[in-house]
Design a protein around this ligand. Structure first.
Ligand code: NAP
Ligand code: MG
Length: 501
C-alpha cells in the first residue's frame, strides 16, 4: 500500500506508512465511517506516500461526541492540575525519544529537510509541550475587592475562576505539521479542554503518529481525537459543529473568514492564526554581516512556507545593491533537493498545487515588470521544487508585493528616507511579523513601536520560543498562541461573589 520502501527510510516510519492509517476517536484507531481513504504524497517525488482514513461529517460527529463526553463526564476533569501537567510532560518525553522518527515523517510528508525537522520542528514541539505542562498548575483566578455602592455596610468575597472553555476543534496547516499540532494541543491540554484535531490533508502523518504517543502517555480516551480529512468536509463540519465550544484555526486568511462564518451558528469562541506579508527592513547602519544572511533565511526558511516569512525586503538605498546582491547570492547557493538527502538545504514545496500557485505568482510578477536576479522558475523535472527567488524592480502595487506567496520568493525594494518606511512597511492587510536591522537601538525600538505586527524581530528573524506569544494584527488573525497569552484562548473567567457580612 505504501511506497516502495527505500533503504533510506527509517524502519519504524516504513512500517507506519505501510498500512492505511486510521483516525483516533475515543481512544481507538478506527476507519472512516464511509470506509474511504485518501492519499498523502511525497512532494520530493510526487509519489503516493501513504493512505489515510478520510474523515467526514459523520466522523467529526463521532469525535465531537467523544470529546464532549470526555469533557463532561470523563476522568479528565477530575484529574488534578499536577496530574494533567505530568501527562503533558510525559508526552514531551515520548516525542523527544522519537525525534529521529518524527523527523523522517515530517520530511517525507511535507518535504522539509530531515536535518531541519530534527533540529527545529521536533525540539520546538517538545519544548512547547514542556512549557505548557508547567502552566497546568499555574492557571489562577483573582480575588477582587468590591465596593458595591447600593448595599452600604455589606461585605463580599469575590473571586474569579479560570475554567477550560470545553470542547475545542483545532484545524491546522501543512507548513509545520507536528509543530502546529503541538501549538494547538499543548494549551488545550494544559487548561483541561478536550480536542478534535484535523490535520491538513497534505500532511496528516505526524499528527496521527503523535496520537499513538498521546495514548501511550496515558491521556484518558476522548481527550484528544484526531480526524484527518479535507477542509471543505471534515474541517467545515468541525468549525460549524454546535457541540464544539471553541475553534482554533491556522491557515489562509481566506479560510479563516469561512471559519468565522461557520462558528457563528453557536457563537463558539474563535482564534485564528492567518497569513502574512511581513516587511523586513534593513537600514544602512545595520551590521550587514548578519543582516544579509538573516534576510535570506527570513524568506527561505521552510521554503518560504511560513506565515511570518520576511517576504518584503526593504533596504536603505545606499546599501541596497550590496544587501540585495548578498541575498541573491545566498539564494543561488542554497542546495535544493530531496529532504532526506543530508546535503539538502531546501526541499520541495508541499504539493503540486502549492508549486503551481507559487509559479503563478512568479509569472505574474515577471509580467508586471519585476526581474528575478536569483531563481524565478520551477526546479527539477519531478517533485514540487521551486528555485529560491529574489525579485527586484518591484512596485508596491504589484500582486507579488501585496499578496502572500507562501513560497521561496522575496520582493526587494529600496527606500531613501527612514521616515517613509513605516507607512510602506505597514501598507498591508496583514500584520503578523516584521523585522528591523540596525545598530541604532533607539531607532530599532521606535520602529518596533510603530510597526503594526504581532512580532517584531530586531537584528534577528524567525526566533520562536514557547514562552513568546505569536499572532497577528489586522487580517493576520485573532488571539495569540504560545506564551501565557494563549491560556486566555482556552479558558473562560467565572466571577464568584459571596456575601459574607
Ligand atoms: P488552507 O486552505 O487555509 O488550509 C488550512 C487548514 O484549513 C487545512 O487543515 C485545511 O484542510 C483546512 N480547511 C480548508 N478549507 C476549510 C473549510 N472550508 N473549513 C474548515 N477548514 C478548512 O491553506 P492551504 O490550502 O493549505 O494553503 C493555501 C494558502 O494558505 C497558502 O498558500 C498560504 O498562503 C496560506 N497558508 C497559511 C498558513 C499559515 O500558517 N498562516 C499555513 C498554510 C497555508 P485541507 O488541507 O484538508 O484542505
Ligand atoms: Mg487545502
Amino acid at each position: 500500500m505504501g511506497i516502495a520502501v527505500s533503504p533510506q527510510i527509517h524502519p519504524q516510519v516504513a512500517e507506519f506508512i505501510d498500512q492505511p492509517r486510521k483516525m483516533l476517536i475515543n481512544g481507538r484507531w478506527v476507519n472512516a465511517a464511509s470506509g474511504k481513504t485518501f492519499p498523502t504524497y511525497n512532494p520530493a517525488t510526487g509519489e503516493i506516500l501513504a493512505h489515510v482514513a478520510e474523515g467526514d461529517r459523520e466522523d467529526i460527529n463521532q469525535a465531537v461526541k467523544a470529546a464532549r463526553n470526555a469533557f463532561d463526564n470523563g476522568p479528565w476533569r477530575r484529574m488534578t492540575a499536577s496530574q494533567r501537567g505530568r501527562l503533558i510532560w510525559k508526552l514531551a518525553d515520548l516525542l523527544e525519544q522519537h525525534t529521529e522518527e518524527f523527523g523522517y515523517i515530517e520530511s517525507l510528508d511535507n518535504g522539509k529537510p530531515l536535518n531541519i525537522a530534527k533540529a527545529a520542528d521536533v525540539p520546538l514541539a517538545v519544548d512547547l509541550f514542556r512549557y505548557m505542562a508547567g502552566w497546568a498548575t499555574k492557571i489562577e483566578g483573582n480575588t477582587i475587592p468590591l465596593s458595591v455602592p447600593y448595599t452600604p455596610g455589606a461585605k463580599y468575597l469575590a473571586y474569579t475562576l479560570r475554567e477550560p472553555v470545553g470542547v475545542v476543534g483545532q484545524i491546522i496547516p501543512w507548513n509545520f505539521p507536528l509543530l502546529m499540532a503541538a501549538w494547538k494541543l499543548g494549551p488545550a491540554l494544559a487548561t483541561g479542554c478536550t480536542v478534535v484535531l484535523k490535520p491538513a490533508e497534505q500532511t496528516p502523518l505526524s499528527a496521527l503518529r503523535l496520537g499513538d504517543l498521546i495514548m501511550e502517555a496515558g491521556f484518558p480516551e476522548g481527550v484528544v481525537n484526531i480526524v484527518p480529512g479535507y477542509g471543505e468536509t471534515a474541517g467545515a463540519a468541525l468549525a460549524a459543529h454546535p457541540d464544539v465550544d471553541k475553534v482554533a484555526f491556522t491557515g489562509s486568511t481566506e479560510v479563516g473568514k469561512l471559519i468565522v462564518h461557520a462558528a457563528a451558528g453557536n457563537l463558539k469562541k474563535v482564534s485564528l492564526e492567518l497569513g502574512g506579508k511581513s516587511p523586513n527592513v534593513v537600514f544602512k547602519d545595520a551590521d550587514l554581516e548578519i543582516a544579509i544572511p538573516g534576510s535570506a533565511s527570513a524568506i527561505f526558511f521552510n521554503h518560504g512556507q511560513c506565515c511570518c516569512a520576511g517576504s518584503r525586503l526593504y533596504v536603505e538605498k545606499s546599501v541596497y545593491d550590496q544587501v540585495v546582491e548578498g541575498v541573491a547570492e545566498a539564494a543561488r547557493k542554497i542546495k535544493v533537493g530531496s529532504g532526506l538527502d543530508p546535503d539538502t538545504q531546501m526541499g520541495p514545496l508541499v504539493s503540486e498545487e502549492q508549486m503551481n500557485r507559487v509559479c503563478g505568482y512568479l509569472d505574474a510578477g515577471l509580467s508586471e515588470g519585476a526581474k528575478a536576479i536569483a531563481g524565478g522558475h520551477k526546479a527539477g523535472d519531478r517533485g514540487y521544487f521551486v528555485e529560491p527567488t529574489v525579485l527586484v524592480n518591484t512596485q508596491e502595487k504589484m500582486k507579488v508585493v501585496q499578496e502572500e506567496i507562501f513560497g521561496p520568493v522575496v520582493v526587494a525594494m529600496p527606500f531613501t528616507d527612514p521616515e517613509e518606511i513605516i507607512p510602506r512597511a505597514n501598507n498591508s492587510d496583514y500584520g503578523l511579523a516584521a523585522a528591523v536591522w540596525t545598530r541604532d537601538i533607539g531607532k530599532a525600538h521606535r520602529m518596533a513601536e510603530q510597526l503594526r505586527a504581532g512580532t517584531v524581530w530586531i537584528n534577528c528573524y524567525n526566533i520562536f520560543d514557547a514562552a513568546m506569544p505569536f499572532g497577528g494584527y489586522k487580517q493576520s488573525g485573532w488571539g495569540r498562541e504560545m506564551g501565557h497569552d494563549v491560556l486566555n484562548l482556552y479558558t473562560q473567567t467565572k466571577a464568584v461573589c459571596t456575601r459574607i457580612a
